[in-house]
Design a protein around this ligand. Structure first.
Ligand code: NDP
Length: 253
């Protein structure tokens, strides 16, 4: 079995499991955050869980860059920066800003997140820096790259702003919930998920790769059902929840 064969099998498996996961998550809300509940085995500290499950993404991707034969272009460097800016924040900064004392996460969630992020880092990093044969610097002028980059940056900003709004809803030591407002919360319940999905669609377009597409599909598979669960939860938990607010897509859904 050669390296490329393993890569192709993993990429195909990733696309198939994304579809299965999406269907599963429509019926079973992933048990972390407000949807955490008994029956999912032993738990660990929430912040530690976030670090453990996210850290493989920047590490494995960075390793693929270092060993890749097709990394000596500015384009490769820009892809590295896009990925690492998102993931260094998500893995090593975001978890330590979370508020919610005593929160726990099932080990099974941290474990599956860790596996997913390791696989995803491998698929994207290996493709970009080895199997693609390299993206020349002319790719930076391609309309797909330019459009993808702009979409990626827009999604990143929306995601970060929305996560910051949620953080401000709690003081240190608090763990309750409030109705978020302002920014895209005027229109939807989960702008952080909207931004994340937009971000990785931008990535798929900028890299124009099946690995990038698989990641965008995975992100939607995780976050579309979760946005639905969050939206229902808000409506059930707050009698005065804004009626006009949609779950994930302004004005539509
Ligand atoms: P949530 O919106 O569920 O929660 C984010 C943080 O805000 C948590 O600390 C949560 O507390 C707190 N919070 C949420 N709503 C409220 C509220 N109404 N009042 C007070 N505090 C609130 O996001 P996730 O934890 O699911 O995801 C975190 C980030 O990770 C997001 O940016 C998301 O896009 C990203 N992500 C990406 C995935 C991907 O596939 N690419 C998959 C999953 C997440 P608590 O934990 O106590 O509920």
């Amino acid at each position: 079995m050669n390296d490329r064969f393993v890569f192709d099998v993993l990429l195909l498996s990733s696309l198939v499991t994304a579809a299965v996961t999406a269907v599963f998550l429509v019926f079973v809300a992933a048990p972390y955050g407000r949807h955490v509940r008994k029956g999912w085995g032993p738990t660990l500290d929430n912040r530690l869980g976030w670090v453990l499950m996210e850290a493989p993404a920047p590490l494995v991707f960075g390793l693929c860059f270092m060993v890749g034969e097709a990394r000596n272009t500015l384009t490769a460097l820009i892809f590295l920066i896009m990925w690492e800016v998102h993931y260094i924040h998500r893995s090593f900064i975001y978890p330590f800003g979370l508020r919610g004392e005593g929160k726990r996460m099932p080990i099974v969630i941290a474990g599956t997140g860790l596996l997913f992020n390791a696989l995803n880092g491998y698929l994207n990093g290996r493709w970009l820096f080895t199997f693609s044969g390299g993206y020349s610097n002319l790719w930076l002028l391609d309309v797909k790259f330019v459009a993808g980059l702009l979409i990626f940056v827009a999604g990143f900003i929306i995601n970060r702003q929305a996560d910051r709004t949620l953080r401000r809803l709690r003081e240190d030591g608090e763990s309750g919930y409030a109705v978020p407002s302002g920014g895209m919360y005027r229109w939807i319940s989960c702008p952080n998920y909207f931004g994340e999905i937009v971000e990785w669609i931008g990535w798929a377009i900028a890299t124009w790769s099946l690995a990038g597409l698989a990641f965008a599909v995975w992100t939607a598979a995780n976050l579309v059902p979760r946005a639905r669960s969050h939206h229902q939860w808000y409506r059930e938990s707050f009698a005065d929840y804004p009626q006009e607010r949609k779950a994930l897509v302004p004005r539509l859904w």
